[in-house]
Structure formats: C-alpha cells, structure tokens
Design a binder for this molecule. Structure first.
Ligand code: GYE
Length: 326
C-alpha cells in the first residue's frame, strides 16, 4: 500500500537524452524574488475541470506552505492564453522557479524561451509539451500512454465473456497530453484483439457535464455501444447518468473503464457501475517542492519523473476506499 503511493524517479530518460537535467547555472538564483528570503514559485494551473485537478491544486498549495515556499498560484480557467500570460507575468515578477500543468502540448516555445532568457528554470508538472526539451528542467507526472494501455488491459479482463465489444470513447481536453496519449496507448493495445472496436470517440473535456452530454448523444446515434472508455472519472460519472437515463445498466449493459481513481470514481466502482479504474495520482505537490528547492540550490534533478500508479477492479474498490486520499 505504501509503495504504490510513492513516486519513482525514472533515471532512464535523463540518461537517454544525454544529461539534460538541470545544472547549476539554470538554478543559480540571480533573481531577487520576494525579498523575504523564501524561494518564490510561480505555478499556473489548468483550471478546475475535475476532481483530479482539485486534489492536485490542494496538494500543490499545501505542500508549498509546508515547505516554506512562497507560492504565486494562478488559475488559467481552461484557457491557454491565460496560462501563457501567467507564465509571462511570473517572468516579469522574477520568481525563482516557474511550474505549470500545460493545457495543451503546443504553443509553448516562445514563452519558454523567454523564461530561459530570464534564467528562470521551468518544471513541468502533470503534463508534457511539444517543445525543445532544453527549455525546461524536468517533467514530473504520469505516463499517459501507459495509462491508455492499462485501460486496454482492463477491458480485456472485464470483457472476457463478450464476443464483440463496441466501445465509446470519451477523450480528455483536445490537444492536452493526457487526451493525446491515453487515446494512442489505448488504440495500440486493443488492436491485438479484433473483437474490440472503437465505434465512436469525442472529447468530453474532462468534465462531468460534458461527459453526460456527449454520452447522451452517443447512445442515440450508436445503440450498439456496450463499453465505455472514459479518459477520466468525471466524464465517466457524467456518462453513467446518461446511461441510466437511457434505461441501461452501467457496469453491466455497458462495461466501463475510467482513469484517475478519485473517491467518487472508486465509490461507483464499489457500487458496480464502473468495472475498472486506471489510477492517476494527482498528489504531486511534495515532490514538486523538493525539486524546486534542488533546482534553486543548483542541484541536478531528473529530466523525467514518472508517477507510480495501480489499477483497481471492482473487487479492490471497497478495501481501497477508506484510505483514499483524493
Ligand atoms: O486525468 C483529468 C484532469 O492531466 C492527469 O487532467 C491530468 C488529467 C486528469 O483534468 O481528470
């Protein structure tokens, strides 16, 4: 139980990319920051689209306080332009370290170059970007391609009794790393069994309301759907409402796998409405603060740190629920 909650340092990526880890000159501390001697961290959050995000925000805020780090927290409210503006404002304020969870993979080159020119190290948390890797110090978060593959493995397990599995897919926010990679990993991994077919796929924007709305439409246009892959719990929980409203039984008539394993998702799993959940850990705060301190002190950090997670089937849910932290 303890080990699955812990985080693993993946040294592989750093070694493979030829030592791209932060070095002293990146975190040398030329910035004066707040004048109170504390390290200043500028953090730009995506918004508050999901239970995962709420837990992630809380983890970052609480661990900054615990670590004595002065946190400048900015909520981008789902808009990439807000996020870019926040990063730019952190540069102007001369914070010591910048961190953010990018809404989309694209659009980051210019502002990352500005941060580099200002000698402010950037740590990506949760999600990656498509930009020159020398523009950021590290990426701390889950392996989303692997999560997509794990979802496929769960489907193979929970659909053993079915001859044809007609899957509806609710994708995360368009252009975000988890949506792109969870889609890719899943498609690759189900391809080995021809009985699995994705009959319809669309974004549900990682929210409960959109998940419900899109599932309503899916059920009307594709009555043959008998499985749902929702790329987060919230969309899955919204979809369950739509499934029940359509007179079908979630977990039975429609087999469901989701990602995250927030408490509400685990409760639905325990109730038999979800069949499997791929855990994605949002509690990145403590490790982020540790990295911020190291980077500020000019120490080396790994280029890629991958969160360790587990999978939950219905039989695991009741035992796991009481100690669920988010
Ligand atoms: O799965 C979803 C959230 O980036 C891992 O974003 C995160 C995803 C998470 O809104 O619920």
């Amino acid at each position: 139980m303890i080990s699955r909650r812990s985080l693993l340092t993946a040294a592989v990526a750093a070694a493979a990319t030829g030592g791209l880890a932060a070095c002293a000159k990146d975190g040398g501390g030329t910035n004066t920051g707040n004048g109170n001697g504390k390290i200043t961290l500028g953090f730009s959050q995506t918004g508050s689209e999901s239970g995962w995000r709420t837990a992630n925000t809380k983890s970052i805020q609480e661990s900054a306080t615990a670590a004595g780090i002065d946190l400048k927290f900015s909520d981008a409210q789902g808009k990439e332009e807000n996020q870019i503006a926040a990063v730019r404002s952190f540069i102007q304020q001369k914070v010591d370290v910048i961190s953010f969870s990018p809404l989309k993979v694209t659009g980051w080159d210019t502002v990352l170059k500005e941060a580099k020119a200002a000698n402010i190290p950037v740590i990506l948390t949760d999600r990656g970007v498509e930009a020159d890797a020398s523009l950021y110090v590290s990426l701390l978060g889950s392996d989303f391609t692997e999560e997509g593959k794990r979802a496929a493995v769960m489907f193979k397990e929970i659909c053993k009794d079915m001859a044809a599995v007609n899957i509806a897919q609710l994708e995360g926010s368009t252009g975000s790393a988890p949506a792109i990679e969870r889609t890719k990993g899943f498609a690759e991994a189900i391809a080995s069994e021809t009985k699995f077919k994705i009959v319809v796929t669309q974004t549900g924007e990682f929210t409960r309301s959109k998940g419900k709305e899109v599932m309503e439409a899916f059920l009307k246009s594709h009555p043959e759907i008998n499985a749902l892959y929702a790329q987060n719990d919230d969309m899955g929980l919204g979809a369950i409402q739509a499934i029940e409203a359509a007179g079908k039984k979630p977990g039975t008539d429609i087999r469901i796998v989701t990602v995250d394993a927030i408490k509400d998702g685990m409760t639905a799993l325990a109730a038999g409405k979800i069949n499997g959940i791929v855990e994605c850990n949002p509690l990145l705060g403590p490790q982020l603060m540790e990295m911020v301190k190291k980077v500020k002190a000019g120490q080396t950090v790994e280029k890629r740190i991958i969160t360790i997670e587990k999978d939950f089937y219905q039989k695991d849910a009741a035992a796991a629920l009481p100690t669920r932290q988010y």
